[in-house]
Design a binder for this molecule. Structure first.
Ligand SMILES: NC(=O)c1ccc[n+]([C@@H]2O[C@H](COP(=O)([O-])OP(=O)(O)OC[C@H]3O[C@@H](n4cnc5c(N)ncnc54)[C@H](O)[C@@H]3O)[C@@H](O)[C@H]2O)c1
Ligand SMILES: N[C@H](C(=O)O)[C@H](O)COP(=O)(O)O
Length: 343
């Protein structure tokens, strides 16, 4: 068989919260030809019902890894809902179903059945409700769940879109807990993960990382906070000694002006809402959330469940499409890097 006749690697797409827009966004995948073979994880009856309700004619059929899909068919790895779902109406009884989709995709990626996974949005609150107060760990997002379920001690959330890449040192953490979480170890590990991932998964040989301060004006020489002087600068200095190209700590407001952004390949923000509002303003509708540092490749939409749009067919599939394109690009870049490193 010639190389171009080889079957495309399979890509797991978790359809996410059943009451949200995820299932109908998945129906839109039949509109394009993809570099990887999309396999939607979800309840096949839900996907058929939600696709039809939203006005799409997509044909959902069970996935058969050993056969080629027919033209216009979207393949489904069926996992059953616990209870029927209505658009826009959350039901904690389906919380476990949402996690089952993730568990199945993670397992498939680990054993090479899937080349990568792409996640449609989940609702963090209803999953926490379904797990109950006694849960060993509340659900705070895919990022943390994937770290836990791949035994990865630290991962990094990075969003890509609108010509920007923005990575975060801390993720889903109350703001009051952020300063204590910006430790030398956390910062150093984050920088190492971002640096390595840009090389292996994004094909950037010598990544340049713009690092934000934590405080207004990056602390204004210690007059508005000392984390820059006591934590951030010493870490940057040490890693520069290893050859990393690190620019900062920069005041976060001016880091995001165009002439500064063009000096870097990625901006590293200290916390969620220091970096993501800028990214989402620049890219909403086409942004992608990537988890760096995992043994598997995972990308995601940059939006939530949009319950008020569920069932309407009006949700924009642009972010899901971009997440699939980016996952495919990362699969190729990681394989190319492995080949180069081995030779
Ligand atoms: N990747 C994920 O799983 C993910 C990402 C962000 C938020 N969430 C979760 O989603 C839930 C709802 O969060 P939220 O209300 O803050 O954000 P949201 O993204 O669901 O909604 C914000 C606004 O954007 C609109 N919107 C979102 N996606 C859209 C799309 N594809 N097309 C058109 N309009 C769209 C919504 O209608 C709403 O006006 C929360 O539980 C949150 O934690 C999940
Ligand atoms: N912080 C993410 C965003 O705003 O897009 C979102 O909550 C999703 O995070 P996970 O990928 O960890 O679920």
């Amino acid at each position: 068989m010639s190389a171009d006749k080889r079957p495309k690697p399979a890509l797991a797409i978790t359809s996410g919260e059943p009451a949200g827009i995820g299932p109908e966004l998945c129906a839109r995948l039949a509109e394009r030809d993809w570099p990887l073979r999309p396999v939607v994880l979800g309840d096949i009856d839900l996907l058929r019902e939600r696709g039809a309700r939203a006005g799409f004619t997509t044909r959902f059929e069970p996935w058969n890894a050993h056969a080629e899909p027919g033209s216009g068919v979207l393949e489904v790895l069926h996992l059953p809902l616990a209870t029927p779902s209505r658009p826009g109406v959350l039901d904690a009884a389906n919380g476990r179903y949402v996690l089952d989709l993730l568990d199945r995709a993670i397992a498939g990626c680990k054993r090479g059945e899937f080349a990568a996974m792409v996640t449609a949005p989940v609702h963090k609150g209803v999953i926490c409700e379904s797990l109950g107060a006694a849960a060993a760990m509340p659900f705070s997002g895919h990022t943390e769940y994937l770290a836990e379920h791949t035994a990865t001690p630290r991962v990094v959330m990075m969003l890509v879109g609108g010509g920007l890449r923005v990575a975060l040192v801390t993720t889903h953490l109350p703001l009051s807990q952020v300063p204590a979480a910006i430790t030398p170890q956390a910062l150093e590990e984050t920088l190492r993960i971002v640096h390595a991932a840009l090389i292996t998964d994004f094909g950037i040989a010598q990544p340049r990382i713009l690092v934000a301060g934590l405080n207004p004006h990056a602390g204004e020489g210690g007059h508005m906070g000392r984390e820059e002087i006591e934590v951030i600068e010493p870490v940057l200095e040490r890693l520069r000694g290893e050859g990393m190209q690190l620019i900062g700590p920069l005041p976060a407001d001016t880091l995001f002006v165009p002439h500064t952004l063009e000096k870097g390949d990625v901006a590293l923000a200290m916390y969620h809402d220091q970096g993501l509002p800028v990214l989402k303003h620049a890219s909403f509708g086409g942004g992608v959330n990537v988890t760096l540092g995992l043994p598997i490749i995972r990308t995601s939409v940059d939006h939530g469940t949009a319950l008020e749009l569920a069932g309407s067919g009006r949700a924009d599939p642009g972010s899901l499409f971009a997440a699939i394109d980016l996952a495919a690009m990362m699969v190729i870049a990681r394989a190319a890097h492995a080949t180069t490193s081995a030779s």
